[in-house]
Design a protein. Sequence first.
Lengths: 156, 257
Amino acid sequence: MDGLFEFGVPALLLVIGYFAGTMAEQTHYKEIRVRELRLRRMPTTNLRRPPPHWRVREVALVTGCTVISVDYFKRFLAQLRGFVGGRVRSYESLLDRARRESVLRMKEEAAQGGFDAVINVRLESSNVSSPLRRRNGTTGVEIIAFGTAVKLARQP
Amino acid sequence: MEPLENNVSPESPLAELATLLLGIALIGLGILAAAWLAVEVSVRWLPPEWEQRVFPDATNGDPRARALGALAERLARHWPEHSYRLRVGVLEADEANAFALPGGQLLVTTALLAGVRSENELAFVLAHELGHVAGRDPLRALGRGLLVSLVMAAIGGAEEARVAASAAELGERTYSREQESAADRFALGLVAAEYGHVAGATDFFRRVADDAGGGWLATHPASADRVAELERLAAEQGWPLAGERTPLPRELEARPR
């Protein structure tokens, strides 16, 4: 009975984490690719200033912020990885999704406001920890993307 | 521009899990094997004098302890490499059992003393525990227990280590089948040398087997197999199975409850 609880519950959580996590990830990626395709015509750059020939008519700050949680399976894999070192592959997709989703949200905000491009784009990340989880407080990762949306004067 | 999507490794996470689990298990086994070897080697090389200094006397001043000690010393005379100063104690308990502790200490429960009918029976029980002392079994069990709690502490933390420590306490009292039969062979030799025969040696187990239970069974091998094994050994060594049983010393006679 003791063994059932000690090993059965984590094993179940691992299985749930793997399947639920994989499903959520695949759904998310499918959605990301569609939206990236839709917005790919909007120029996005980390240059601080617009190119000299642009005639900027209006600017605004646009942001996109995403928090994505680690699933039990990924956390377990990362902990195992922590024993021996090396690339933490299980967290790579997490950060990739958060980064792309944040940039998409930022661009979507710009598109909704009728802006033509986003310049001076910056990305920042931070850990989100929960007080409920005492051991290694990471429950998820937050990535914020922000930049300056610019509206250009139409050429006559 | 189509995104390259090269920020996520294409390897299957399940394959990574399998590789990591296997690798870590192998490393863990290697460390455990090395530590186990270290325990074996140190148990073999630690002098009994050191062992006796480190583990202080846990025996109490029961009046029967003196007579038991005398019997143990008599048996130990037939053990040539003997260098322990034996200490025998009596443990107040309802289960008939006997233990060997590190430092050459033997403990016999009051229930066992109440159950034995002849000195030969008691001699065999004492000699069996002496066999554990000769095999350095209590020290080895302690070392292994310590090892397990160290490993658990390294993996899990204080809580797991505490659980393992109580498991180690249990481990102190149960030995492997090989350790038990080695102690039995040793004991039968001592009893044969002391009395000239091994009659009475198996009496206790026969009765325990009839009772089916008791504390001895919880920490020792099944009695019926054991009796057969002991008789086979006696026949092999030419030790007579029949002989006159020596009555218990007056101090050890069962007192009415």
